[in-house]
Design a protein around this ligand. Structure first.
Ligand SMILES: [Zn+2]
Length: 384
């Protein structure tokens, strides 16, 4: 597609010097980065950056947009979703899922880490406009049923794995610390040693309370779902410091939400694991719990941060730029250099997708034009 430049270019890691010009092939591959424009260079207003990476989404829940009111807290939210997820026709689900996929593409997203409880998203995976890591989620807190819950996940996983496309990846993962028993954690762990483990982590303080003392809202949730938790012994530790005992450090990890993660938890994970990403979904946290993780603490621990939108059941839109803007509003000291790194390069590293996330010769990251970054509603548009 030729030579392009803009007022500023972020390469996924840092700002390039003024005048930097990208030479792109027709398929969007980066051929070279030049120091200055030439006579054929097209100059855009705004910022050029690599395509965004949405490290945590649930496209299969797209039809539940607006179902749960804001600020209910996580436990009421979790009670509502399973009750209503099948109150819709297949046609309604399909059109909502396709619209959500198109929304991601339009908002400059080039890759997604997508949670799946069903095989509903086979159709959007096949479209090939997004690099796709499907995380087949297992749920099963009743110890006796671990093998059955795992068997169901394996058959879902195998359906995804049979789909052809070099942009497709898949893994079996645990839903959350309070919804997966220790035997089920061990089965997931043993399924494939090198795949990414993505887990909803410390999204509510109730989760920590359950692990330390076996008290609080998680007990109510399990009771309402008819789950027998009599086998569970509280550990006296936070959830993260408990369940990591059941998972091998050979996996890359993506901890999602981390709204109630404390410094000791971050240090514990960093000391034990080799490849750790902390995925923030700020707009979903504000939607459900009306709070945000302690981002300053994560930064002071040099945590690798990446960004997700979560589902349309807990967000008004699927836009990584909008997630970054909502962080910037509340943490004005975090630079756009850092925020754009979280939304691009770090997400690609978290999803183990080395060919995207940064603008470098030989890669095909997708190029996004961003305007209005200092306004309340910046816009992203895919150029290549
Ligand atoms: Zn989620």
């Amino acid at each position: 597609m030729g030579f392009i430049t803009a007022q500023r270019i972020h390469n996924g890691h840092k700002w390039l010097p003024e005048g930097a010009t990208l030479e792109l092939a027709d398929d969007g591959a980066v051929i070279a980065i030049h120091d200055t424009p030439n006579k054929d260079t097209i100059e855009y207003d705004g910022i050029l950056a690599p395509g965004f990476v949405n490290a945590h989404c649930h496209l299969e829940l797209s039809h539940m947009k607006g179902l749960v009111p804001e600020h209910t807290g996580l436990i009421p939210f979790l009670k509502t979703i399973p009750k209503h997820r099948n109150d819709y026709t297949d046609e309604q689900k399909k059109s909502a899922r396709h619209n959500a996929y198109d929304e991601l593409v339009q908002n400059g997203v080039v890759a997604v880490g997508d949670i799946a409880n069903t095989t509903d998203t086979l159709d959007v995976r096949a479209l090939g406009k997004l690099n796709y890591y499907t995380f087949v989620e297992t749920i099963g807190f009743t110890e006796a049923n671990a093998q059955r819950a795992f068997g169901f996940a394996v058959s879902t996983y195998e359906t995804f794995a049979a789909q052809q496309g070099e942009w497709l990846k898949q893994a079996i993962i645990p839903h959350a610390p309070y919804s997966v028993s220790s035997p089920l954690f061990r089965l997931i762990d043993a399924h494939a040693g090198d795949v990414v483990i993505s887990i909803h982590n410390q999204e509510s303080e109730e989760e920590n309370k359950f692990y330390t003392k076996k008290e609080g809202g998680v007990r109510d949730l399990l009771q309402s779902l008819g789950v027998d938790d009599s086998f569970f012994t509280p550990t006296g530790l936070s959830s993260l410091q408990s369940y990591l005992e059941w998972l091998s450090p050979s996996h890359p990890f993506i901890f999602v939400h981390n709204t109630y993660t404390r410094r000791q938890d971050v240090q514990f994970a960093h000391s034990r694991l080799k490849d750790v990403y902390w995925c923030l979904c700020p707009k979903a946290n504000l939607y459900i719990e009306n709070t945000l993780p302690d981002i300053d603490m994560f930064m002071s621990e040099n945590a690798n941060i990446c960004i997700g939108t979560d589902s349309l059941a807990s967000n008004h839109e699927l836009s990584i730029l909008s997630e970054l803007t909502s962080i910037k509003e509340r943490y004005p000291n975090i630079s756009w250099k850092t925020l754009l790194t979280w939304g691009t390069r770090n997400g690609a590293l978290a999803l183990q997708m080395p060919d995207i996330g940064t603008i470098e010769p030989g890669k095909k990251p997708g190029i996004v034009k961003i305007t209005g970054i200092d306004t309340a509603s910046p816009e992203a548009k895919r150029l290549a």
